[in-house]
Ligand binder design. Sequence first.
Ligand SMILES: [Zn+2]
Length: 243
Amino acid sequence: MDEINEVVEIPFAERKYLKENNFKTMKFFVYFLPFLIIFTYLCAITFNTHLKKKSSNISNIENIKNIDSSILGHLPYEEINNEDLVFIEPHIWVHKDMSDALLKMRKEAKKDGVNLIFLSGYRSIKLQEEIFYSLKSLRNQNASERARVSAPPGYSEHSTGFAIDIGDGSDRATDFEVNFENTSAFKWLNDNAARFHFRLSFNRDHKNVDYEPWHWRYEGSIEALKIFEASNRELKNATNLIN
Ligand SMILES: [Zn+2]
């Protein structure tokens, strides 16, 4: 019995050094962590600034390229292939990708009592040449004055088949006039055209071309978006400058 009740010292593992080591590691991290966070943050800022600089350089180069290829403030546009043109009505042909949206838009406007009429759709580069040079001589304007109201041949959105000039059937005196913006047709377009993927090409903020409330372009397909990408970038830059 005595043997059993004898107090025996049971050896146990010494944890003293291990605990001390853990404490040292924690202490090291507590002191070092803020520096690590600051260092990572600074690295991220430097990387981000570098990236921004690089991308703004790229977009500057692209802008210069676009400006270089433009004439009198108009960007170059290739002529659409004949097989991509569809007939809408006499004198109005447009790109096949845009015809459904255009006709649907006119139908919807009619439901609201608005009579949209199509004044000009696709124009060949040859026809644009006739327009640009004949009117230029008629109005005694030089090329840059003329370019504010008409695109030089090869530089018109109408050559792509994705542009349409629209008038108000109830107010034909406003055809191709700035006061078209006071018609119910324009007001309707302003409120609804985006639903059909149409946008105004030359708004009041455009720096090179006069305001054309009748001229709308289609941006409802990837092909159309690609064609107008450079122009949209210019519009965006102009808006950024204004802001
Ligand atoms: Zn036009």
